[in-house]
Each structure stands twice: as C-alpha cells, then as structure tokens.
Design a binder for this molecule. Structure first.
Ligand code: C2G
Length: 701
C-alpha cells in the first residue's frame, strides 16, 4: 500500500484508518511524506510509531506524486502493490476482493466512486461477484487515466520496469498505465471493489491535482501526449492516446482557448502534438474539430485563431439556445458587454432580489435624499412600491442583464452570479448582510460540503469586490481572513442601522406600527430565527420547523403583547399562524427587518446575526437555542462562545422563554454587564450616518 502525502492533514485519519480496518490483513503501508507541513508530518509520525506495518519516509521538498510513488515501489516488499491517495479512503473489503480475484492476472482494477463525504458505505451481494475482463479493448479499462484502485503484482511492475512520470505534475499516471496495459494480455475489473475518491471543497487554499488550473492541465497533457507518442509503438496504445488527446482537445483545450491569448501560449506545443495524431481518426470527428485541426496541421496560426473565434461563437450560440436564461447570458456576453459602461447608472440588489431592504436600501435612499446625479436600477423578483423612480428589473431577465452590463456601479448585499463579467470601469460595493456568528467561507472547517465548489466560487465572485462594508472591528478581522479580502473596507458601521438611530422615537415608531399593520396598544415581541443547513426542500429552499409553542405563548402574553414571527429569507415554507389570530403576525414577507426591530420591545432569536443589529437599540434579547449543540458542533461552527458573550439568556424550551418574558426586568438586570460588554465590542462604529459615509467613499464625484 503506497500512500504519497502532501498537506492533507484533515483527510489523513479517514484514509489511513480505512486501510487499517481492511478485512485483508497482510499488508505494509508505505507513507511518503512529500514535503508536507509540520502538522501533517506529525500526524504521519504518530501513525508510523503506533503501527509496526506502517513505514514513513520523509522527502525534504515536494517532489510530486510520480516521484513519491516510484520511491514507494522501490521500498515495497510484498507480493502486490496498491496506490492510495491520502485524501481518499476505502471500504473495508476492497483489498480482500482485489486480492481474491487477481488470480493469474498481472493487475486488477476496481471501481472509483466520487464523494464529498467521509461516510460512504457499500453493500456487497456475496457470491454474485465476477470480474469483467478487458481483453480486445483493454485500453478502455484505463479511460479514467488513474492508477488508483488497481492491484498490481509487484513482480509485474519490476519485470516491465513500470514507472510514473516525474516530470509531470498532473497525468503522471498515464505513462505507468500505458506500459502496464501493453505488457498484460488482459485487465480484469471488479465493480464491487470500491474506492472512495474525495472531491475536495477548497480548490483555493488546498487544491487537489484534479483541481489544478486549466492552464496547468493543458500544459501537462500536451507534454505527456507528445512524449508518449514519440516513444510508444503499440498500435492499440496509440489509438487510445489519440482518442484521449482529441477528447481532451474538444473539452479542455477549447475551453481554455475561449481566452484567445491562450492560443498563442500553447500553439507551438499543440502543433507538435497534432502532427503526431492519426489523420484517419481525426476524420471521424465533427467538421468543426476537423476544420480547426486542419488549420493547425497546415501551421496557419492566424487562420486558426480566426476559425476559433468563429467556432467559439457557434459553440456559444449552441449553448445559448438551450434555455431562455442561457440565451440572455449569450446576449449579455456577446452584445451587451460590448456596449459602453454608463457612468451614472447604479444597480442595486438586496437578498437576491427578494426584498427592498438592508444596506442597499439605505444607501439608495440617502442618494435620493442628496439628489445625486444618478439613474437607479433595482433588481426584484416582483414589482415593488419603492421611493424614487428607480427602474425595476426582474432577476435574470433580459433587462437585468442589460443594466448589469451598462451600470458602472453595482451595489449588493450578497454575491452576484458568477456568470457576470465585471469590467474594468465597474465599481462593485459589496455591503454584506450581517456581523458573522456562524463561520464563513474559508473559516468553515468542514472537509465535506453539499457543494464542493462553494469556496472556489465564493473566491472568484469576491475577487470583484472593490468596497466592503463592515459593521465593527470584529467583522473586519473575520472578513479579511474568511473572504481572503484585501481591498477597501468601509468601517463606518452598517447603513441599515442608520434608521435605528434616526427613528428611535415614539412618533416614528407609531408610524411604523401603522405601516406594518399592528396595534399600538400592545407591546411587541419579535421572533426572528435563522435557517438550518440541514433542513431544506431543495437547493436554496430551506424549511423552518417552529419549535416555539405558540399556544403557550398566547396563553401567557396575549393580553400584554403581540408576537411578530419573522423567518429568514432562505425559508421557503409559510408557517400557518391563523390559529393565533390577533396574537401572532407573520412578518416573514415584510421587506425590511430594521423597521420590525424599531417596532418591537424585545427580540427572540437564535444564531442569526440579527441580534448584533438589534443591540444598537439596547432592548432585551432572548436566545431560543433549542438546538445549540447540533448547530454549533455539527452544522457550522461559530466565531464566539454564545454562553460567554450573548447579551441575554440561552433558552432551551418554550417554558424557559415564557419565564424569561414574564420576568423580563429581572433578566435585563441580570444581563446588564454582558449587554454593555457586547455593545462595546460590536456596536461602536454606528452613529446613524453610515450610509452617508459609504456614499462619500464610493461615489466620489
Ligand atoms: N434576516 C431577516 N430575518 C431573519 C433572519 C435574518 O431579515 N429571520 C436578515 C437580517 O438582516 C440578518 C441577515 O438576514 O442580519 C442575515 O441573516 P442570518 O440569520 O445572520 O444568516 P445568513 O443569511 O446565513 O447570514 O455574516 C453574516 C452571515 O453570513 C449570516
């Protein structure tokens, strides 16, 4: 068992433990530390000290996976050799199945399953297993271009002098696999022998080889192809290589060449490669590909570039015709983006067009108030009645793309789609939407996630931000690290909190109560919980299950209070509160939560950032944290200790909530010091003028 390791600390235990618990017991593990950091090295040392059959070799510098595996082969002593990557893991029967089924053959391959989790399981139907034999088409067995999950006889490797390319950072397996396939008459494949290959979720801070930049892949592939084509004589192997090359050209190279500058960079190498490709095989591909390849064969670089430009357009149109949204995107890229950016247009969006609220709303209204010389565009899901005469566009409509292409300024409180292209003239103000309590992006320490591209996408999208609003020093420090953000931070507090300073008086509060549609005769409890990552209907549509017993609340407080229920904007389900008419009001679709803050006398929340804003009002806050442990430990992870720092009690049952409200003065007294400390730490920058200061910084003229 040969395992090269490079900085995969968080995956190592899954990997090595999965080998140790194999049902097949007669193996040695050769760990090659390929120049990893100290933490990884320490963990490897611990393993090798603990187990007699684990041998650790340390390389001083990173030499690459090819070199590490070759070294492993030279140290191995057993009858078989098996390669495992240090971020992957095996079900416990895999080795036994491979060993039992290799018999007289030189190698046997199993199935690779991609996963983002650590708990993949397999159910084996005993007795039904039969290897499939690749004989005539034995090169088809190595279509995935990976030497993983293959058991080789060691003497077969030695006799045939099989080795991994050490020059290539990626695709080093192919040299090895081609020679192996040539040397063996057939390749058995047992689909029940499974290998879990992990799709890592942090392609930015800690990428796997398969997550390397496209440039790197193209460079390595061309190098690999050329060197093998010049050296391999076997006919079948050549057909395999040519097919792989043409497919790679169609998918990866063509994508890479969307950036026409890349053509010049790779043209000479590509030209050499195409000269080595079987001409008849090329003829079996589409005319689009033949046209391109012929231009290269005739060494007409300029012509090739012209053809590519035309073909890229054709390819884009083909994709554009797949759906209305793709068609708009095509127009955006090919037409709208070519139009001049308009200096005086500002595009606003809040919570993905769901409402008219948050920092963008207050920045907009301040700009209106100051009569600034701009034309405004707001993106919504449905028409809204808002002040001023901003143009309203529906998200992903043609108008939406038009104005995004033409507006110089983009103001949004969350990410704008990755498919947009920010031009040099654009200025993007990212206001974000709260002081972080739950860990963010690169601080999220999970090794598996629902979307393995989340961190990479976030990184790419946030590279466009020119300004970022920060509500307090604590947030600035986190944003810098967790977003890897190093552009301008606007440290004035939150524009959305200006209203909490300017309208915190009885007259304005009464007006707001009228606007919300609630009585002025009773006090108001606002219940505003957040969403849970593990409760959803589909992507982006989360489900909220009410754990607060409204009947109990009604019994206890309906004479004195009303309750405003406000679910998070991710929540897709409506909660039926008709039973509690006159006591509970569903304010989930009310645009601006800041107005609900002002209208309320106390807040109940959980892990939502709402309490950082609410604290500006210095009114009581209760935390209904019935699922604290699960939320903190398994779902997200948090930046601070809620027990230590929260400016109010953490309550686990409705009875506790009822009790706290009934004794709210005592609770307030008890939490006075904590509230003050909290206020000192998180509420220092706001003074009711954050919108004004933001505008001055961003809209300089
Ligand atoms: N919000 C709301 N109603 C709720 C909860 C939240 O209107 N019931 C609004 C508030 O403005 C809040 C913002 O949405 O500040 C963000 O909500 P969070 O519950 O904190 O959750 P999330 O959207 O995951 O953002 O750095 C902030 C984090 O990213 C949290």
């Amino acid at each position: 068992m040969i395992i090269p390791v490079f900085n995969t600390l968080e995956f190592l235990e899954d990997c090595i433990d999965s080998v140790i618990s194999q049902t097949y017991r007669h193996f040695e593990i050769i760990l090659i530390n390929d120049g990893s950091n100290k933490e990884t090295e320490n963990m490897l040392t611990t393993y090798s000290n603990k187990y007699e059959n684990i041998y650790l070799y340390n390389f001083n510098e990173r030499e690459g996976v090819g070199a590490a595996r070759n070294f492993g082969i030279s140290e191995a002593t057993g009858s078989y050799i098996y390669f495992l990557d240090s971020d992957d893991y095996l079900p416990n029967m895999t080795l036994e199945l491979l060993v039992n089924n290799i018999k007289e053959d030189d190698m046997i391959r199993g199935r690779i399953k991609h996963t983002t989790f650590s708990n993949g399981e397999v159910v084996l139907l005993q007795g039904l297993m039969n290897p499939k034999y690749y004989e005539d088409k034995k090169f088809n067995s190595i279509k995935n271009k990976s030497a993983l999950n293959t058991l080789f006889k060691r003497e077969f490797i030695i006799e045939n002098n099989l080795w991994f390319s050490e020059e290539l950072a990626i695709y080093s397996d192919i040299t090895f696999l081609i020679s192996a396939c040539i040397a063996t008459p057939r390749v058995p494949y047992l689909k029940e022998a499974i290998y879990f290959r992990r799709k890592r979720n942090d392609a930015i801070s800690n990428p796997s080889l398969s997550q390397s930049a496209l440039h790197e892949k193209v460079f390595n592939f061309l190098k690999m192809y050329k060197s093998l084509k010049e050296n391999v004589e076997d006919e079948q192997a050549n057909v395999y290589l040519d097919r792989e090359f043409l497919n790679f050209y169609r998918k990866q190279i063509v994508t890479c060449f969307k950036d026409i500058a890349c053509i010049d960079m790779f043209y000479p190498a590509l030209h050499e490669c195409i000269r080595l490709t079987n001409k008849q095989l090329i003829q079996s591909y589409s005319w689009v590909l033949r046209n391109e390849v012929n231009a290269i064969l005739n060494d007409k670089q300029k012509k090739y570039k012209r053809i590519m430009k035309r073909h890229q357009l054709l390819r884009d149109i083909k994709v554009g015709l797949e759906s209305k949204r793709k068609f708009y995107l095509l127009l955006y890229r090919r037409v709208l983006q070519k139009m001049k950016v308009k200096e005086n247009v500002v595009f606003f969006e809040s919570f993905l067009g769901k409402n008219y609220s948050d920092n963008p709303k207050y920045i907009y209204e301040k700009m209106l108030e100051k009569n600034m010389p701009y034309k405004y565009v707001w993106c919504f899901r449905e028409d809204k009645n808002i002040p001023g005469n901003a143009i309203q566009v529906k998200r992903f409509s043609l108008k939406y793309y038009y104005y995004l292409a033409r507006a110089k300024y983009w103001v949004s409180n969350s990410r704008l789609p990755k498919s947009l292209n920010k031009r040099e003239e654009n200025i993007y103000l990212q206001t974000w939407h709260g002081t972080p309590l739950k860990t963010l992006v690169f601080d999220i320490n999970d090794i598996h996630s629902a979307d393995p591209n989340y961190k990479k996408n976030f990184y790419e999208q946030s590279r466009r931000w020119d300004y970022l609003n920060s509500p307090n020093q604590y947030s600035s420090d986190i944003f810098r690290r967790a977003f890897k953000y190093d552009e301008t931070m606007l440290e004035f507090g939150y524009p959305r909190n200006d209203i909490l300073y300017q309208k915190n008086n009885q007259n304005d509060i009464d007006k707001l109560k009228d606007k919300i549609g609630i009585t002025k005769d009773k006090k108001v409890i606002l219940y505003a919980p957040t969403w849970r990552d593990d409760e959803f209907f589909s992507r982006g549509n989360y489900k909220f299950t009410l754990n607060l017993d409204l009947a109990k609340m009604q019994d206890a407080f309906s004479n004195e209070y009303i309750l405003l229920l406000r679910t998070h904007y991710h929540i897709a389900n409506n909660i039926d509160v008709s039973e509690f008419e006159g006591f509970v009001y569903d304010a989930s679709h009310y645009d601006d939560i800041a107005e609900l803050y002002l209208a309320s006398d106390m807040l109940i929340t959980d892990y939502s950032s709402v309490f950082f804003d609410y604290a500006h009002l210095q009114r009581p806050i209760l935390f209904y944290t019935y699922d604290l442990e699960k939320y903190r430990d398994s779902l997200r992870g948090m930046y601070f200790d809620m027990q230590e720092e929260c400016p109010g009690p953490l309550l686990m049952t409705t009875d506790e909530v009822v009790d706290s409200i009934a004794n709210i003065d005592d609770v307030t007294e008890k939490y006075k010091d904590k509230y003050n400390a909290f206020y000192e730490k998180f509420c220092q920058w706001d003074d009711g003028h954050a919108s004004e200061k933001t505008i001055e910084a961003v809209f300089k003229d």
